[in-house]
Structures are given as structure tokens and as C-alpha cells.
Design a protein around this ligand. Structure first.
Ligand code: ADP
Length: 277
């Protein structure tokens, strides 16, 4: 298989592309992607997020964005902006409730157009909220977009973890470094009494990550405030920055910054030297 650098045109002005993936839907991938993106922005990074989840584009809602992006004179779309983060989503172009049947090739075409026809400007990180799953569409994205690294979001349930292994295998196949696993909907924290219970069990991702030789970047509790903040369009890292939930995301963001820098360093070392004759 070809090295990514041989197959993919770099995205001009974009230093790192971080894919947020999950083996199945409903595990909190988009919620995590948005909180990581806004969290990176809060740490001074220039960030944008692309909603590649064409089956269920939810980023406009999670970021409280409405309306449609403007088209610039050069024909490129201007990303919408919320909370300091640029955003582009197929959800701006079609209604969220519109059922869409996409075949693999259509998904790739739509995402490639979105990513290359948007005037992102200079970015430290472009976060890519991938469609859930590990099928052809996802594989095609990982092959055709120059990803710096990927994080996989999973619930602690065993069944989800079996699928998660497929996700890990997919990135390994195309030489995209897996920066780590995030256990979402980990311990449930009762909003009334603060009591903790492990509804979907707990720590499964940490164990699986250790077994698979990848890092567990952190555990995000299952907490009503995370859902409420998302629905209100202000991710919890901004809506309640002092909360334990925001701190859990913050810890992951700090580690991701280190890991993205390391991945960029590795990629630079692996790149063939340019010889000027
Ligand atoms: P996915 O992108 O994997 O399909 P979403 O991010 O849309 O999942 O999340 C599914 C639902 O779960 C949403 O209603 C979201 O607000 C909620 N949710 C996600 N993570 C958490 C969490 N840690 N605590 C509470 N609710 C969460």
C-alpha cells in the first residue's frame, strides 16, 4: 500500500488534520469532536471543524449555528464560525432531518468537495468528525485526506469495544497514527446527588487500549450537563468551563496537542528529503 504522502495532496495552510472516529453511531463522537475543537481553540490554536458525518450532520446544532455559508468571489465557501471555531457541514446545505442515502463514492465526493472547496484560512488543526463506522466510505476518507492522526471514541461496553478494534485496524491499514482512545459515557454522575454509577460499565476502553497498545486519552463521564450544553449550542468546555466534565475534556486536549506535535515531527522525519539540482 502506498504511503499517505504519496497519495494525498496536502491541504494548503492546514498544519494538522485530526480525525474523530467511532465504530458505531450514538457513542458521542460528534459531542466529543466539538468539545475537543472548542477546547483546542481555548488553548490558542486556530481551529476549524468539518462535519464529515454526512449521514447525520449535527455540528450546526451542537455549535448553535444557523443559516448558510457565503460563497466567496473565488467560488470557495466561507466557513461559518462559532465560539472561535470555523465550521463547515453538509448540514448547512441540507436539513438535518432530511434522510440521505449515500453510497461510498458519493460520500467521498461530498467530503472531498467540502474539504477542498472551503476557504479555511491558516489553521493549526482541522478536526474531522467522521461518519460512524468502518465501512468503505470511512476507509476512503482515511485514504484520500491527509490525516495527521485519529482518535477513536467508544463507550465502555464490550460490544462497542469489539467494533472499536475494527476502527483501529482500519487506521493501521492506511498508516494513520492512532493518537488514542476516548471512553465516553464512562461513569454516570447523578446531577441531583453527585452519586456515581457505572451504567455502561467503566474502564473498558482503558483496558482495551492497553491490550491493543494504544493510549487511553481519557474518560468522559455520562452527565446530563454535557447533553444539555450540546443541545443549547454551547459545548460544555465553554458553557461550564469550571466543571469536572470540562476538565475531563481539557486533559484530553492537552495530551492531544502533545501527540499531534509528535505525529507531525514523525511525519516530517519520514518524508523523503527534497534534492535541488
Ligand atoms: P454520535 O456522534 O456518536 O452519533 P452524539 O455526539 O450525537 O453521538 O451523541 C449522542 C447523544 O448523546 C447526544 O444527545 C449527546 O448530547 C449525548 N451525549 C454524548 N456524550 C455524552 C456524555 N458524555 N454525557 C451525556 N450525554 C452525552
Amino acid at each position: 500500500m502506498a504511503e499517505p504522502s504519496e497519495r494525498q495532496d496536502p491541504l494548503p495552510g492546514i498544519r494538522a488534520v485530526l480525525a474523530v472516529a467511532s465504530a458505531k453511531g450514538g457513542v458521542g463522537k460528534s459531542t466529543t469532536a466539538v468539545n475537543l475543537a472548542v477546547g483546542l481553540g481555548l488553548r490558542g490554536k486556530r481551529v476549524a471543524i468539518l462535519d464529515a458525518d454526512v449521514y447525520g450532520p449535527s455540528l450546526p446544532r451542537l455549535l448553535g449555528l444557523r443559516g448558510q455559508p457565503e460563497t466567496q468571489r473565488d467560488g470557495k465557501l466561507k466557513p461559518m464560525t462559532a465560539h472561535g471555531v470555523g465550521c463547515m457541514s453538509i448540514g448547512f446545505l441540507v436539513e438535518e432531518a432530511t434522510p440521505m442515502i449515500w453510497r461510498g463514492a458519493m460520500v467521498m465526493g461530498a467530503i472531498e468537495n467540502l474539504i477542498r472547496d472551503v476557504a479555511w484560512g491558516d489553521l493549526d488543526v482541522l478536526v474531522l468528525d467522521l461518519p460512524p463506522g468502518t465501512g468503505d466510505a470511512q476507509l476512503s476518507i482515511t485514504q484520500r485526506i491527509p490525516l495527521t492522526g485519529a482518535v477513536i471514541v467508544s463507550t465502555p461496553q464490550d460490544i462497542a469495544l469489539i467494533d472499536t478494534r475494527k476502527g483501529i485496524a482500519m487506521f493501521e491499514k492506511v498508516n494513520v497514527p492512532i493518537l488514542g482512545l476516548i471512553e465516553n459515557m464512562s461513569t454516570f454522575v447523578c446531577p441531583s446527588c453527585g452519586g456515581r454509577s457505572d451504567i455502561f460499565s467503566h474502564g473498558g476502553a482503558r483496558e482495551a487500549a492497553a491490550e491493543l497498545g494504544i493510549e487511553c486519552l481519557g474518560e468522559i463521564p455520562l452527565h446530563l450537563s454535557i447533553r444539555e450544553a450540546s443541545d443549547a449550542g454551547t459545548p460544555i468546555v465553554l458553557g461550564a468551563p469550571e466543571s469536572a466534565e470540562a476538565a475531563a475534556y481539557g486533559k484530553i486536549v492537552d495530551r492531544l496537542i502533545e501527540k499531534l506535535d509528535a505525529a507531525l515531527g514523525d511525519a516530517a522525519r519520514k518524508a523523503p528529503p527534497i534534492v535541488v539540482q
